[in-house]
Ligand binder design. Structure first.
Ligand SMILES: [Zn+2]
Length: 612
């Protein structure tokens, strides 16, 4: 009986995954041709395990953290609003029902718990999802009103519905919770009748509404998705090659809405949406992005071509919106939220095109923004902004449980999705971090284990685990940053494979159990200027890793910026610490906790490497 139920549940999950991929969705008009097939396909959460290394460690700490938040505390505000017994205690901060955005990340936490269950199979996550969904269901009003307060329903109705919509979908699809589907339908009934069509961050809604339409077949989801389509004011501009990243626009939500455009393209095949996200990605990386992969100082875009990124680092030209308890500031990049949106967009584009440039960017964003975030604290303190001003230090946001406490849970739960991809024939490696992937390749179950920490070393090693020999190509991203010569070894012997930076190298053969592959992509030092107008202000990179100067204020460097390896040397020891000939120390931003640091240093002469 248990086996039958398990098989049934697995079949439902598989069906849900197919539906979630957009099978059977109608095209917006008969004139739209079928879109090209995705070049790559994603793995499921259950297919990939992070085994060691800093990404695995951060994801594990996050899993433990969110699992430990008492259910009664998470549900307290909802129960009070519903007039039900409300054990537990108010969580305070943004989560307070009468605060800025009360209870708005409830759905994100459910999403993360469901994704963690799908990844680990740990029943504690599934149980917690079940209790949260049921507890939430009990608080819903007869008319479907589901917010923690009337205030949140008027301040952030679209934002909150969006997160809850995704949470219930994930609970149903990834944790097998059927009650979540009921809740989702009740919420959408309410939203269909009552939710304002253009309020708060309405333009991020289509992604989840398309997902839920493909899950339920309910035409109202599709109608809502169309109502929130951002074509006229935003997607159409990008599709025409116009940079719509204007300073008035809120940065995180306007990258997040590009994921909606990606989902609309995936569902409908309309090439306009692909042109929009492809062009927007080029503008984002070419005109808005710091060396860390972050963007959006003070949560807004900057004017391109006017030195505005450099200006954002100048104290007298910074618009300080948020102050911390000790009077210091930090506002360069809304990190967990921004990283979440950016990584989802990178994964869409990597799947659609197979172009490794999206993998390069994903690596940059992940290692230098999200991995560099401080861990969550039990009182709700959350790392919100990365700070790239001279003499900055990492700090927590002044209010507890801000938006980034919701995305922190999701982005770490999604780490398994960033590492491997596949097509019908071959297996693709996108990230270099210890992990294991299980791939059903025709009749063969192929498992590949990546054993080396690619941050500390230049070499990544892979071992195949096979029950019988299997023919496929192992395709490994050769990062754009890779210095020459790259080397590839199979079972200890050097093989000649084209390892051109910015491509996937291909090792096609009939693999057998225990085969080993070692690829070496040498990292080297280079400076990247903050923008083209300010070539003398630059960040130091070591391969994909942002190195920051340990300093209280501005840093001036004397050496030739075109030949940093001649005057900046790696120090002995495990840490990636570097030192200039004049004694200035550099370390990876992701390693720092309380140290003061300077991201952009003033060079003796400028470099020219970008078009920002
Ligand atoms: Zn945030």
């Amino acid at each position: 009986m248990a086996t039958t139920l398990l098989r049934l549940a697995q079949a439902i999950l598989r069906l849900g995954c197919w539906l979630a991929l957009g099978i059977g969705l109608p095209a917006p008009s008969a004139s739209v041709a079928p879109r090209p097939a995705d070049r790559l396909q994603a793995f499921r959460y259950s297919d990939v395990t992070l085994t060691r290394g800093p990404l695995a460690a951060q994801a594990q700490v996050a899993r433990d953290f969110y699992l430990a938040i008492p259910n009664d505390d998470m549900l307290n505000g909802f129960r009070l609003r519903a007039g039900l017994p409300a054990p537990g205690k108010p969580m305070g901060g943004w989560y307070d029902p009468e605060d800025f955005a009360g209870g708005c990340h409830f759905g994100q936490w459910i999403s993360a718990l469901a994704r963690n269950y799908a990844n680990t199979g740990d029943a504690r996550f599934q149980d917690k999802v079940a209790q949260m969904v049921h507890g939430f269901h009990e608080t819903m009003a007869p008319d479907g009103f589901f917010f923690a307060s009337v205030k949140i329903s008027t301040n952030w109705p679209c934002y909150t519905y969006d997160k809850n919509c995704a949470g219930m979908r994930d609970a149903y699809l990834l944790a097998g919770n059927s009650e979540a589907l009921t809740v989702l339908k009740i919420m959408t009934d309410w939203a269909y009748k009552n939710m304002p069509r253009r309020r708060d961050e309405w333009y991020t809604l289509p992604e989840n509404l398309y997902n839920c339409y493909s899950l339920t077949g309910d035409a109202r989801y599709l109608e809502l998705a169309h109502a929130y389509d951002y074509s006229l004011e935003y997607y159409d501009l990008f599709a025409q090659g116009i940079n719509a990243f204007t300073p008035q626009r809120h940065a995180y939500s306007h990258i997040n809405t590009l994921c909606s455009a990606a989902r609309i393209y995936e569902a409908t095949g309309d090439p306009k949406y692909f042109r929009a996200i492809s062009n927007a990605w080029d503008f984002l990386t070419g005109t808005q992005m710091y060396a860390s992969g972050g963007w959006g100082p003070n949560e807004h875009f900057v004017l391109a071509g006017q030195g505005a990124l450099a200006a954002s680092l100048s104290f007298d030209r910074t618009d300080w919106n948020f102050r911390t308890r000790n009077g210091d500031y930090a506002n360069s990049f809304e990190t967990p939220c921004g990283a979440y949106a950016n990584l989802v967009l990178d994964r869409y584009l990597l799947r659609f095109t197979g172009d490794p440039k999206y993998g390069d960017n994903l690596e940059r964003v992940l290692l230098n923004s999200m991995l560099a975030a401080l861990p969550m604290q039990p009182d709700g303190r959350t790392f919100y902004y990365s700070d790239y001003h001279p003499g900055a230090h990492k700090q927590y946001f002044p209010a507890a449980w801000p938006c980034c406490s919701g995305t922190y849970a999701e982005v770490t739960a999604d780490y398994p999705l960033n590492i491997y991809f596949h097509d019908d024939h071959d297996l693709y490696v996108n990230l270099f971090t210890p992990s294991q992937v299980r791939w059903q390749h025709g009749g063969d179950l192929v498992s590949v284990e990546q054993t080396t920490d690619g941050l500390q070393t230049d070499t990544a090693t892979f071992v195949t685990h096979l029950t019988q020999r299997a023919r496929f190509a192992l395709k490994i991203r050769v990062p754009r940053w890779a210095a020459q010569p790259a080397t590839v070894r199979v079972n200890g012997g050097v093989v000649h494979a084209a390892a051109t930076p910015g491509t996937f190298l291909s090792l096609a053969r009939r693999w057998q159990d225990g085969d080993t592959v070692a690829v070496t992509f040498p990292k080297s030092l280079r400076f990247e200027s903050v923008d083209a107008q300010t070539p003398q202000l630059a960040a130091l990179m070591y391969g994909p890793i942002l190195l920051v100067a340990l300093a209280d204020g501005e840093v001036n460097l004397q050496g030739d910026p075109g030949k940093p390896s001649e005057w900046i040397q790696r120090q002995p020891g495990a840490s990636l610490t570097f030192c200039t000939a004049h004694g200035q120390l550099f370390r990876p931003l992701y390693e720092l906790r309380a140290e003061h640091y300077t991201t952009y240093c003033r060079l003796a002469s400028g470099i020219h490497d970008g078009a920002k």
